[in-house]
Design a protein around this ligand. Structure first.
Ligand code: NAP
Length: 274
C-alpha cells in the first residue's frame, strides 16, 4: 500500500491520479475527508502531521509513503517507522541546495535530515518553482485582463506538479531510487510576462502583464504568509541564483518522458482561470 500525503494538493493530487491510473494500491491522506473532494472510490484516511498519533490508522499496512514538509517530521517519521512503513519519498525544495540558510532552505533541510535519520529507505525530490504558483493570479484574471506581478522579466524553469508526481510515482513503485536526491525543473525558463500570455492563450483571452513593485507584492503576500517566507520568496523570484535557473534533465531521466512546458500546464489547468 502507498500512502499519499498532500493528496488534495498540487503534487499529491496528481500523484494520486497517476498511481490509480496504473492500478497501484493507494490511500489518500487528508485532515478533513468531508472537505477533500476526492473521488468516492478513493481510499481516504484522516490524519494531521501536527498530531502524529492521528496518523497511526493512515499508516497501517503502508509500505511506501509520499511525504511533504510539515515542520514535524521527526515525530511523523517515527510514527511511520513504528507502523511498518519502509520507504519515504519526500517532497523537499531546491532551496536546501541553493539557500540552506534561508527559512525555506532550513525547514526543508530539517525535514530531509529527519527522514535520513529514520533508518527507512528514502528519496528526496528538490523542485524549484512550481507552475501551479500562478493559480494565485486567478482572482486578478477573474476581474480583468491585467495580471500585476514584480520581476516580470525574470525567467525560472517552472516545473509542472504532474512531473514532480511522475518522479515520485517512479521512486515509489520501481526499484533503484533509494538514497537518490532529485533536483527537478521544467524544460525552459519562463518569465511572468510569458506565463500570463500562456494562461491567456489557454483560456482564449488576451491577458496582459503589468509590473508591480516587490513592496506591493510583499503587502499582498503578507495576508497569507509569514514575513520571513515573503522575504525569502521575493528574493528567490527576483534574484535567482544560477543554480535556480538551470534546466535539468532529471524528469526525463527518471520517468522516460520529457518535462512539460508551462504552456502545457496552463492548458491542463485552464479551468482554474475561467
Ligand atoms: N510552490 C513552490 O514553488 C514549491 C517549490 C519547492 C518546493 N515546494 C514544496 O511543495 C509543498 C507544496 O506542495 P503542493 O503545492 O502540492 O501542496 P498544496 O497544493 O499547497 O497542498 C497542501 C497539501 O498539504 C496537506 N496538508 C497541509 N497541512 C497538513 C497537515 N498538518 N497534516 C496533513 N496534511 C497537511 C493538505 O491536505 P488537506 O488540506 O487535505 O489536509 C494539502 O493536500 C510546499 O510545502 C513545499 O514544501 C513548493
Amino acid at each position: 500500500m502507498i500512502l499519499v500525503a498532500g493528496a488534495t494538493g498540487n503534487v499529491g493530487g496528481e500523484l494520486l491520479r497517476q498511481l490509480r491510473a496504473e492500478g497501484a494500491p493507494v490511500r489518500a491522506l487528508t485532515r478533513d475527508p468531508a472537505r477533500a473532494g476526492l473521488p468516492a472510490d478513493v481510499e481516504v484516511a484522516e490524519g494531521d502531521f501536527a498530531t502524529p498519533e492521528s496518523l497511526a490508522k493512515a499508516f497501517s499496512g503502508v509500505e511506501s509513503l509520499f511525504l511533504m514538509m510539515s515542520g514535524n517530521e521527526t515525530a511523523v517519521v517515527e510514527e511511520a517507522a513504528r507502523a511498518g512503513v519502509r520507504r519515504i519519498v519526500l517532497l523537499s525544495s531546491v532551496a536546501v541546495e541553493t539557500r540552506p540558510d534561508s527559512l525555506i532552505g532550513r525547514v526543508h533541510g530539517e525535514a530531509e535530515r529527519a527522514v535520513e535519520k529514520s533508518g527507512l529507505a528514502w528519496t528526496f525530490l528538490r523542485p524549484g518553482q512550481f507552475a501551479s504558483n500562478t493559480r494565485g493570479w486567478a482572482a486578478q484574471i477573474a476581474q480583468g485582463d491585467v495580471v500585476r506581478t514584480p520581476f516580470g522579466q525574470v525567467g525560472l524553469p517552472a516545473v509542472h506538479p504532474g512531473d514532480i508526481a511522475a518522479v515520485a510515482r517512479t521512486a515509489l513503485t520501481r526499484d533503484g531510487h533509494d538514497g537518490a536526491v532529485y533536483a527537478l525543473s521544467g524544460p525552459a525558463p519562463v518569465t511572468p510576462v510569458e506565463q500570463v500570455a500562456a494562461i491567456g492563450a489557454a483560456i482564449g483571452r488576451e491577458l496582459r502583464h503589468e509590473e508591480s513593485t516587490p513592496e506591493e507584492a510583499a503587502a499582498d503576500m503578507a495576508a497569507f504568509m509569514p514575513a520571513e517566507i515573503v522575504a525569502a520568496t521575493l528574493e528567490f523570484l527576483g534574484s535567482p541564483t544560477a543554480t535556480e535557473t538551470r534546466v535539468l534533465p532529471t524528469v526525463e531521466q527518471v520517468t522516460g518522458r520529457p518535462a512539460r512546458t508551462f504552456a502545457e500546464w496552463a492548458r491542463d489547468n485552464a479551468d482554474g482561470f475561467r
